[in-house]
Design a protein around this ligand. Structure first.
Ligand code: SAH
Length: 348
């Protein structure tokens, strides 16, 4: 199997190119083509003889579009095929303040959260940094006419901190001046909560926005919906998030799915207040996106906003996230599952 060029840092590519006996500046030229998601045919400023050598072992593109679904709100869900035939999803989200892309970091997910479609079939493999990057590059090229992409969220399928090395390499590639040049402040990583790894992030020089998928404020409740809660307590997690804030000065995000009758009571407001005391954070309330074969439902809009107001009256910064793209199977992994279950025959 060919290795995608998007897996290379500039230093790694320079070494490769010099190994072919070519001048260093060719690596920079190729880097620009990688960032533009060009095919080899578009490498017009690179000698054909060099392209031929590179082409032998390396692929110009790590992903190809298999299908897409466009939502009425402008969100687009892309289903990509990797070089080895795996399927991964990414989502384009247009906002008034700029466009963002949400990428996947694993094929499937091994974390086993009961509400999430990504984990329905377990985790098949980690994506490489270049495979994650290629999703963003593809979407940026595809949406160039509406301003491309200037924000990135790792909230697609997979657990970024369980694919740590590839995740931080990907973030560095994305952040590099020769890449999409997306600033750390415009990159968000969402984790189900692996405290030891959260503690490594800042030490490794990553200072992006960090979101913790908390979803329940007590261990007892969290264990009912997230397998990872068996391993780490809410207290341990919040302490790791506090450490991340202390090291980076970046306010952290607490994600909280609202599930009707399960975690949306006054008692839950107080439990949240108690656990988040003194943490510089914002709480993102996300009404559950019901997945196939799952009985849990979101609360009414009114109830969701009332929960939000109660949190705010307790002094906690909070907002209800508008769910985009829900009419195109908005929750993680659903397009892939539906398409795969149907035999890949959906084109729009
Ligand atoms: N593994 C990471 C990132 C992927 S999931 C994490 O757990 O954070 C991205 C976000 O979508 C997480 O907050 C996750 O809990 C949430 N999510 C998953 N399924 C959902 C659903 N059915 N409805 C609403 N949010 C969901």
């Amino acid at each position: 199997m060919k290795i995608p060029l998007s897996d290379f840092t500039l230093d790694e590519l320079t070494e490769l190119i010099e190994g072919y006996g070519e001048p260093k500046y060719r690596a920079k030229q190729i880097m620009r083509h990688i960032a533009a998601f060009d095919s080899y045919a578009e490498y017009t400023d690179v000698p054909k003889s060099l392209i031929k050598k590179v082409e032998e072992n390396y692929a110009d593109r790590a992903v190809a579009e298999k299908t897409r679904v466009t939502a009425s709100d402008g969100a687009i869900r892309y289903l990509f095929e990797t070089l080895c035939g795996d399927l991964v999803e990414a989502v384009f989200l247009p906002h008034d303040y700029g466009n963002s892309v949400c990428v996947s970091c694993q094929v499937g997910c091994g974390m086993g959260c009961v509400f999430c479609a990504s984990g329905k079939y377990g985790m098949k493999r980690n994506l490489s940094a270049g495979e994650i990057l290629a999703q963003a590059l593809y979407v940026a090229r595809d949406r160039k006419d509406v301003g491309g992409v200037n924000k990135l969220v790792m909230m697609g399928s997979g657990e970024p901190l369980a694919n740590y090395e590839n995740t931080i390499k990907f973030i560095r590639l994305l952040n590099a001046p020769y890449g999409l040049n997306i600033g750390m402040r415009s990159i968000s990583v969402s984790t189900c909560g692996l405290p030891d790894v959260i503690e490594r992030l800042a030490d490794d020089g990553i200072s992006c926005t960090l979101s913790l998928s908390l979803h329940a404020a007590t261990d007892e409740k969290r264990k009912k919906i997230m397998r990872v809660a068996e391993r780490y307590s809410v207290e341990r997690l919040i302490s790791a998030m506090r450490g991340y804030f202390d090291k980076t000065g970046r306010r952290v995000i607490i994600e909280y799915i609202l599930i009707d009758g399960f975690n949306d009571t006054d008692g839950d407001v107080l439990a949240l207040k108690n656990i988040l005391k003194g943490l510089c954070c914002h709480v993102n309330l996300i009404p559950l996106n019901p997945t196939d074969g799952n009985r849990m439902r979101p609360p009414s809009k009114k109830k969701a906003y009332a929960f939000c107001e109660k949190l705010k009256s307790e002094g906690i910064s909070a907002s209800v996230r508008r769910s985009m793209g829900s009419d195109v199977a908005g929750a993680c992994g659903q397009l892939k599952n539906r398409t795969a279950e149907r035999g890949l025959n959906k084109t729009n």
